[in-house]
Design a protein around this ligand. Structure first.
Ligand SMILES: *Cc1c(COP(=O)(O)O)cnc(C)c1O
Length: 356
């Protein structure tokens, strides 16, 4: 028997996720916190006791769950943590999806959703978003999904999903509704209050973006206790490592002002970057996140020309309704100035100038 034949059949259709990204001097591709790590979290990491490394972490990060619950105004039994929100999404698909069940998501949206669906032997159907960049809820519901995924603000467009769309999804979806709020801090909007009305809503959040802890892998979900318990069983014990738990606790307890300040800065500079792109004759999409998605002809070639200049932004070729786009993470203005300089040269090289 070949090695491959020994693996689950579902894995035949799953390529190893590896976008082969080469390091670059200025990386604006992953929407992490480009201002760095919050100060108290950093000090906690520097002063980490030996036992945090030599001993096992806590089973289910109870202290962190309590802190997150307090921040969100829910009870701790409504929180589950994970090794990044990727781990939560993966565990939750396994918790709610029987083999062959349907997962649906708008397109474009978070690229990992079809991958996690296939990894868990679930079916996946995407429904092209409406020209307004809102999810096509009729199409999503028509697939009778066990899991309906929405991302608000959406990655990669930055669009906030309309409240009415989320309310209708909760009222009409036959299964569980996932709302990925990886960028909610930048939107100043959340669906957490809707948990009071719905026991099949799972809101997935992360400390990788606004909180600057992507390398530590801290994600969490909020939902009705019965949902959360199922995800926690599927997730299993010891998933959040001890260093991550302690640094995340420090960030939540002592770095809230730092996070708020840098979220406000990201919002301000997101608008400044959008203005700079408009001055170049481009039409960036309205963003509620810490990145800007801008239609740019020949985005893959422009991305390569940017890389040749030591700058990376992520190309999304052929998005529905808007065509080729670049997604640019927002960071300190000097980084965005560097981006704009490289971008002007790349656009000159590829498109013979900036205006479309
Ligand atoms: C970055 C991102 C995540 C993953 O976050 P981790 O917590 O680092 O795994 C999840 N969802 C969306 C939409 C993201 O952009």
């Amino acid at each position: 028997m070949s090695r491959l034949a020994l693996a689950r059949a579902a894995y035949d259709a799953v390529p190893l996720y590896d976008p082969k990204r080469t390091p670059v001097a200025l990386d604006l591709t992953d929407n992490t916190n480009l201002w760095g790590i919050p100060p108290h979290a950093e000090r906690t990491l520097r002063e980490m006791p030996t036992a945090a490394v030599t001993r096992y972490p806590t089973l289910y990060a109870a202290e962190l769950k309590a802190e997150l619950a307090q921040m969100l105004g829910v009870t701790p039994d409504m929180i589950v943590t994970g090794c990044g929100s990727d781990d939560i999404l993966d565990s939750a698909m396994r918790a709610f999806g029987e083999v062959g069940d349907m997962v649906v998501a708008p397109e474009p949206s978070f690229a990992m959703i079809p991958i996690f669906a296939r990894m868990n032997d679930l079916q996946y159907t995407g429904a092209v978003e409406l020209p307004s960049q809102q999810p096509d809820l009729d199409a999503l519901l028509a697939a009778r999904p066990k899991i309906l995924y929405l991302c608000s603000p959406n990655n990669p467009t930055g669009t906030l999903v309309a409240r009415a769309t989320i309310e209708r999804a909760l009222a009409e979806a036959p299964g569980v509704v996932f709302i990925d709020e990886a960028y909610a801090e930048f939107a100043g909007a959340s669906s957490v209050d809707l948990l009071a009305q719905s026991d099949r809503l799972l809101i997935i959040r992360t400390m990788s973006k606004a909180y600057g802890l992507a390398g530590l892998r801290v994600g969490y979900a909020v939902g009705a206790p019965a949902l959360v318990e199922a995800v926690e069983k599927s997730r299993g014990p010891y998933k959040l490592n001890a260093l991550a738990e302690r640094a995340a606790l420090a960030a939540l307890r002592d770095d809230r002002a730092w996070v708020d300040e840098h979220v406000a800065l990201a919002i301000q500079l997101r608008e400044r970057l959008s203005d700079a792109l408009r001055e170049r004759g481009l039409a960036p999409l309205a963003s509620a996140a810490n990145f800007v998605c801008v239609p740019v002809p020949n985005c893959v070639a422009v991305g390569q020309a940017l890389r040749a200049r030591g700058v990376a932004a992520r190309p999304f070729p052929g998005l529905p309704h808007v065509g080729d786009t670049l997604r640019i993470s927002v960071g300190p203005w000097d980084m965005l100035e560097q981006f704009l300089t490289a971008f002007d040269a790349a656009m000159q090289e590829v498109n013979g100038g900036v205006a479309a």
